[in-house]
Design a protein around this ligand. Structure first.
Ligand SMILES: [Zn+2]
Length: 430
């Protein structure tokens, strides 16, 4: 699937200098690097002493202040419409679509301000993502280049179907509930008409729902998942799913999913299948940690917290093994819950370095190049190379030494989309 992101392009050439450049393409970092942008496209990236001589007076000069110059970050599991809810039920019934849209726009701006120039949605209330994407692309709203999902697909009685029938509350704004492959096909067709790019499904439950749909429970059948993939791929859409239980991950791989969200409990057979197909996984592990640390403040039961611990342990082991055996991970954090709110996006990166054991460089590649691969835009985004779109993050300080610098937006000097400074402490609009 080829996506086009049309955005306004800066006509003033830009030079970024006085920083270490991390290209995220496997090359060594470039100390005292320089990067040039013409018409929103990178025209030079390399050592300052080899750069083409430019007349500074015709350029916008960005001084990286001895810090780090990276590709703009990509949040691979973003929920613009999850408004820092204290309980899952709030997603469905608390606000009407009008208000959730405003909150989603604010969350998108928040992600941009924290260094994220692209994001792939992990599911959306109503059909907000599709229109938020358009608003961002046309500069009506600020935010990451958004790859849109829509309402999420789940089996009746599964993780996202929590209202018992006596309440007479549907789940219309949040999920399309299906019984059997025919209804699964119908749900995808509805989303095709909505204009989404990714189909988000719920093959399994989660520790958040310990009674009926815990992390070892299946919420869709293989046949339903196959119907989703067949219909989605026919319309050039991609499919992902919330996959914790081993059997659910395996079914998703057998059905032909394009990515796996979480991939928590994996046995040898499932891991082999994943690596054979080279399907990327977005673990979202800091969410589990945040649920363990802060859950009791928000009324999560000990049973739920214990389930998150089990999920974290298994998810960490799976992520470590995927990297060790040459697989791909995207960085996305499922932010939008009260205990894991918007703005904390880069905590996922620090967590992968400090607790999962990836190097800073590996983690940054996951958060940039692999993110672009997942979205399907690796030919234009995700690394700093000549000819690519100039989506760039300039950080005050040595990120390769301390990745947690990215967590604090006060350290972000410039967040650049298409060669235009959109946020950061150097942004004149701040
Ligand atoms: Zn999610």
């Amino acid at each position: 699937m080829v996506q086009s992101f049309k955005m306004i392009v800066n006509s003033i050439p830009v030079v970024i200098r006085n920083g270490t450049i991390f290209k995220s393409n496997g090359d060594e970092p470039i100390p005292d690097g320089e990067l040039h942008i013409v018409d929103g496209i990178i025209s030079y990236v390399g050592p300052a002493h080899k750069s083409p001589n430019e007349d500074d007076s015709n350029h916008l000069i960005i001084d990286a202040q001895g810090g780090t110059i990276l590709p703009g970050l990509i949040e691979s599991h973003f929920h613009a419409t999850y408004f820092n809810v204290e309980s899952l039920e709030d997603l469905d019934i608390k606000y009407p679509v009008e208000y959730v849209t405003l909150l989603a726009s604010q969350n998108a701006a928040c992600a941009l301000e924290h260094g994220y120039t692209s994001a792939r949605s992990g599911g959306s209330l109503f059909n907000i993502d599709v229109w938020l994407k358009k608003a961002i692309a046309e500069e009506v709203a600020r935010g990451p280049r958004l790859t849109a999902s829509g309402r999420e697909i789940c089996g009746v009685g599964g993780l996202m179907d929590w209202n018992p029938d006596y309440r007479k509350i549907g789940m219309d704004g949040l999920v399309l509930l299906v019984n059997g492959p025919t209804e699964a096909t119908a749900a995808v067709r509805k989303l095709v008409k909505d204009g989404v790019e990714w189909i988000k499904t719920y093959p399994t439950g989660d520790a958040a729902s310990p009674d009926l749909n815990d992390h070892h429970t299946l919420c869709m059948t293989l046949e339903e998942m196959q119907a989703v993939v067949l219909t989605a791929h026919n319309h050039n859409l991609k499919v992902t799913g919330h996959c914790r239980a081993t059997k659910g991950i395996k079914n998703a791989l057998l059905a032909g999913f394009d990515s796996i969200e979480h991939g928590s409990f994996m046995d040898d057979e499932t891991m082999d299948l994943l690596l054979e197909r080279n399907v990327p996984v977005v673990p979202a592990l800091y969410f589990e940690m945040a649920s363990i640390i802060h859950g009791s403040d928000f009324g999560l039961s000990q049973l739920v917290i214990d389930g998150h611990q089990e999920t974290l342990d298994a998810g960490t082991a799976s992520a470590q093994r995927i990297i060790r055996e040459g697989g791909r991970l995207g960085m996305g954090g499922d932010y939008g819950f009260a205990w894991n709110p918007h703005g904390n996006y880069a905590k996922e990166l620090t967590f992968f370095v400090n607790h999962v054991g990836l190097s800073v460089e590996q983690t940054l590649v996951c958060a940039t190049r692999t993110g672009a691969e997942i979205i399907g835009v690796a030919d234009t985004l995700g690394t700093l190379e000549i000819g690519k779109i100039a989506d760039i993050l300039v950080v005050n300080g040595d990120v390769l030494e301390d990745i947690s610098l990215i967590e604090d937006k006060k350290n972000l000097l410039a967040i650049i989309q298409n060669g235009i400074i959109k946020a950061g402490t150097l942004n004149n609009d701040n």
